[in-house]
Design a protein around this ligand. Structure first.
Ligand code: ATP
Length: 494
């Protein structure tokens, strides 16, 4: 039985295999015209833009017109060593010439069973070439996937969270749009095969339909993304540099300039993240709840409502400052008061997740202040600039990131008519009503945040009607505490 084989230890994908076939088969060609035919056929552009269709065995079995194939497959299935691995009969079709062929993503070691319905088990390669040469129009290969000991016993159990939207209909690179699997940012996909370097096979987690579809591999998507993304040093800032969780409303606003840059980190091209199921155990620490959103969108308001709704359950961090303590203040209540020197040492030692300077004094949120809340078995509510998220996405904090998004400009005008925003522009940090510019900036910043960090948001809440937004947030946080969630695999290895 002819097997599609190449060099040991190398498993090319479909395209490499097609490219390698002429030279592999050449020694078996008896006549120069056979050899030329082969060369021509495999260089044919159309063959490289093959449409690929997958047909599950179950579907084939249900297809009454396929009686002969069914019998053949049943015979094969009866062979104990083939039992598990014959699961696909795969077809591909050439768009340009209407060639309709069978195979899947062909791999080294796959066995060719039929060409155009002619059994080729006993045929020599040169005989197969002759059948190909004589074929007109449709060419059909039937291929039995080769043995892979590790996939024999069970289905692959690798799950990933998609960090980008994908629709094969918009993808000019995919060899067959019909065989592609569409998904959205945040979709959980079960990866069925990574054998091909460019196109993985996957299905939606929990999808009863066992058919897998093609998705771009991680490496391929990274390449495409890098090539298509201009390196932009955006002037659109995240105006509010960082917020502190102080209870003093007067100073709880955008007074500080953040020291860290909000420039897009092109090294982190969002593709897929391997995930696993996580269920918080009874006595385990709560996941850190992070709220992200443009200035004025209502993060403080939502935090405040949560704190009031259940002060025993929710809490916020106490910031550090190097400014002198005022008379009515208590160390460790409004702030942790520390010296400028100690603050600088702590900055050097990466103790702050965010810090800034205002009127010569430092203010910052330390990692230890988060730990302190979590160790009291409370839910810690934190709002940060989105670029700090990657530092907080650790097994220790397992953050649940909520993006609070403004509604449309019309709804902003209506709902925020009487609302006050703390102006960071004047020195006093005084409250003023929202201007049209504030709304525009809020919307623009929200868009930038979503574009750059949207893949890190687990929940998006539009803060249109405040009580509805609060209700949605509350419900989401409840779910996080009680339900099983998909989290990065690295969070569950300790
Ligand atoms: N859905 C809403 N409808 C009406 N007013 C709202 C809504 N959400 C928030 N506000 C009001 O908008 C103002 C700004 O809200 P808040 O201070 O919570 O924003 P923020 O996101 O914390 O902004 P900053 O970063 O400037 O602190 C407040 O007066 C608040 O009461």
């Amino acid at each position: 039985m002819p097997a599609l084989t190449t060099g040991v230890g190398h498993e090319p994908g479909l395209y490499e295999l097609l490219a390698a076939l002429p030279s592999k088969l050449k020694p078996h060609a008896n006549h120069p015209e056979e050899s030329n035919f082969l060369q021509g056929m495999f260089e044919e552009k159309s063959l490289h833009s093959l449409n690929i269709f997958f047909f599950q065995l179950s579907e084939e079995l249900q297809d009454e017109s396929a009686t002969r194939e069914v019998n053949e497959l049943l015979k094969l299935l009866a062979k104990p060593h083939l039992k598990v691995r014959i699961f696909l009969v795969l077809k591909f079709q050439c768009v340009d010439c209407d060639l309709f062929c069978v195979t899947g993503l062909i791999h080294v070691g796959d066995e060719l069973k039929e060409v155009n319905g002619i059994p080729v088990d006993d045929k020599k390669p040169e005989e197969i070439i002759r059948i190909l040469a004589q074929s007109q129009g449709a060419i059909t290969f039937k291929v039995v996937p080769g043995v892979k000991e590790d996939v024999l016993v069970k289905e692959p159990k690798m799950f990933v969270k998609a960090l980008f939207d994908y629709d094969p209909k918009d993808d000019k690179a995919i060899p067959c749009q019909e065989a592609g699997l569409a998904f959205k940012k945040g979709s959980i996909l079960q990866i069925m095969s990574q054998d091909d370097a460019t196109w993985w096979q996957a299905k939606h987690e929990g999808d009863a339909n066992p058919r897998a579809g093609l998705i771009p591999s991680k490496q391929f998507q990274e390449r495409c993304e890098i090539l298509s993304t201009p390196l932009v040093f955006s002037g659109v800032g995240f105006r509010r540099s960082f917020r502190l969780s102080r209870k003093d409303k007067k100073t709880n606003k955008s007074m500080y300039e953040c020291k860290k840059s909000a420039i897009y980190d092109t090294a982190d091209v969002p593709t897929y993240e391997e995930v696993t199921k996580y269920q918080r155990q009874d006595r385990a620490k709560h996941r850190l709840v992070i709220l992200v959103g443009p200035t004025g969108v209502g993060l403080n308001e939502l935090k405040r409502k949560l704190l009031i709704s259940d002060p025993q359950h929710f809490s916020v961090t106490i910031p550090h400052t190097s400014r002198p303590k005022k008379n009515l203040e208590n160390d460790g209540v409004e702030y942790h008061f520390i010296s400028k020197h100690l603050f600088e040492t702590d900055i050097q030692n990466n103790k702050f997740i965010e810090f800034g300077e205002y009127k010569g004094n430092y203010y910052g949120t330390s990692l230890d202040s988060i730990r302190s809340v979590l160790s009291k078995n409370k839910v810690c509510l934190l709002d940060v600039q989105p670029h700090t998220l990657k530092h907080l996405r650790t097994a220790e904090f397992k953050p649940f990131v909520v993006f609070v998004k403004p509604p449309t400009i019309e709804r902003l005008r209506l709902t925020r008519m009487n609302a006050k925003v703390i102006s960071g522009k004047d020195d006093k940090g005084s409250a003023k009503t929202f201007t049209e510019d504030d709304f525009q900036e809020m919307l623009a910043t929200a868009q930038t945040m979503e574009n750059q960090y949207g893949h890190l948001f687990e929940k998006v809440i539009v803060n249109d009607n405040l009580s509805e937004a609060f209700g949605e947030l509350r419900a989401a946080l409840k779910k996080v505490e009680l339900d099983t969630q998909w989290v990065p695999v690295s969070w569950t290895h300790s």
